[in-house]
Design a protein around this ligand. Structure first.
Ligand code: FAD
Length: 405
């Protein structure tokens, strides 16, 4: 599948990690990680830090899947509001998911601190706007439930919202726990760090085309017919993980993003907050380290890459109009636009862990709008599983809930 098209800004801004190392000989390794995006990179980081030998395989140029198209906002808020998620998975699990998501932002920050990888990680506030009266009522409910569970949140009525953020909307929820980064720099930086520091093996342009479960692990076969033997395999193959899944657990969607030309920093909105809204699909915006504005949304069900790409010009116009409604006084001149594919699940939660009955195939499927926070959680959960450490989050994100949601 082609995961994105157009001009994803990060691939133009950053020097490409020009690494070409297809696997040429049979290999034996403790853990084989399939996928070199942010999920594979974080899994590799956690395993290397725990001293577990591993190798990463990717059929593409490193980290040029969805990670290169991501707008990389890091929010503890999950696409399904906490007040709705409670109805889907129960209060204990929903709160656990939100708290894990909150913690994962701090954990990501610590990963970059401990490795000195600098993906322009920046703490910013998050402002969730009520799109209409229905959204206003949702925010009232959401404020109560988040407050009750000790999650960071404040309620801004229309006057307070206009006074602090210059936005005319019925109300907003705000927190200062969010962050933003460059997902491509993060993934490539972590992989480079561990290749040097931990002897991580990285194989690009190496497609895993089939697998066989054995008594002591897995045998993977590349599309060039080369054999990889491993004790455990981690599927960090993003939205293409379907080939390893006995049953589809996600819905594919197409999404659109634009970036403006750089502007004078004084022209940007207050606090350079992440701004999004209660409507579904939601419109969102952030800024970048070189003072551009990045906006996105307009998701539609995915049919095929051609249908997704045909809509790009029309979606550019719609996203520009939405931006102008939020900040009519800030000129937004489009520099680049792209579209990508992402996945969602019915309860808004990712699927992380072993497929029932497979003892050594671990999935790290961070499906949802906040996929990167889920990637961090997946990396920790899989490391804990391999080390035999019990992790309470397993039941919240695992496949055991598959038939009940
Ligand atoms: C436009 C857009 C905006 C987004 N915005 C946000 C956001 O603001 N915040 C957020 O948290 N998330 C966001 N997301 C989602 C986020 O980008 C993804 O959750 C994340 O990038 C997924 O990372 P990944 O490593 O799992 O997948 P990928 O980056 O796609 O990496 C998977 C890799 O696996 C490789 N692969 C697949 N199959 C095989 C195989 N058989 N053999 C070998 N290699 C294989 C692929 O080549 C690919 O490189 C956004 C996504 C898009 C498209």
């Amino acid at each position: 599948m082609d995961l994105h098209s157009g001009l994803p800004y990060w691939l133009i801004k950053n020097p490409l990690f020009n690494f070409h190392n297809p696997l040429k000989e049979p290999l034996t390794v403790d853990v084989a990680i399939i996928g070199s995006g942010i999920t594979g990179a974080l899994v590799a980081h956690e395993l290397c830090a725990a001293g577990i030998p591993c190798a990463v395989f990717d059929k593409r140029t490193v980290a040029t899947g969805s990670t290169a198209a991501s707008t990389a906002q890091l929010q503890y808020e999950i696409d399904v509001p906490l007040s709705d998620m409670i109805g889907k998975v129960g209060e204990e699990n929903a709160v656990c998911a939100y708290q894990a998501s909150l913690q994962s932002i701090t954990d990501l920050e610590q990963v970059f601190e401990s490795t000195a990888v600098r993906p322009n990680f920046r703490r910013v506030s998050s402002v969730l706007l009520a799109s209409n009266r229905h959204g206003f009522r949702l925010l009232e409910r959401e404020y109560e439930v988040r407050k009750r569970h000790g999650l960071p949140v404040s309620f801004l009525d229309a006057d307070a919202l206009f006074a602090t953020h210059r936005i005319a909307a019925p109300a907003a929820l705000k927190n200062k726990a969010a962050a933003q980064m460059d997902g491509y720099l993060a993934a490539t930086g972590l992989l480079k760090y561990h290749m040097k520091k931990s002897d991580l093996k990285l194989f690009s342009h190496t497609e895993i085309s089939s697998y066989q479960e054995k008594r002591a692990g897995y045998e993977l076969l590349t599309s060039d017919g080369i054999l990889i033997r491993c004790k455990h395999v981690v599927i960090a193959a993003g939205f293409e993980a379907g080939q390893f899944l006995p049953k589809q657990v996600m819905r594919l969607e197409s999404t659109y993003a634009l970036i403006s030309q750089p502007v004078d920093p004084a022209e940007l909105w207050p606090e350079r907050s992440l701004i999004w809204e209660t409507a579904t699909p939601y419109f969102y915006m952030r800024t970048t380290s070189d003072n551009r504005m990045m906006i996105g949304g307009e998701d539609v069900p995915f049919r095929n890459p051609e249908a997704r790409d045909r809509l790009l010009r029309w979606k550019i116009k719609r996203l520009e109009r939405k931006f102008n409604k939020v900040y009519p006084d800030i000129p937004f001149v489009v520099d680049m636009a792209w579209c990508g594919t992402f996945s969602s699940t019915r309860d808004g939660l990712p699927f992380i862990g072993l497929w029932p009955g497979r003892k050594r195939m671990h999935f790290a499927l961070g499906y949802g709008g906040n996929g990167i926070t889920f990637s961090m959680i997946a990396a920790q959960l899989i490391k804990n599983k391999l080390l035999g450490v019990k992790d309470e989050r397993e039941k919240v994100f695992g496949f055991s809930r598959m038939d009940s949601v």
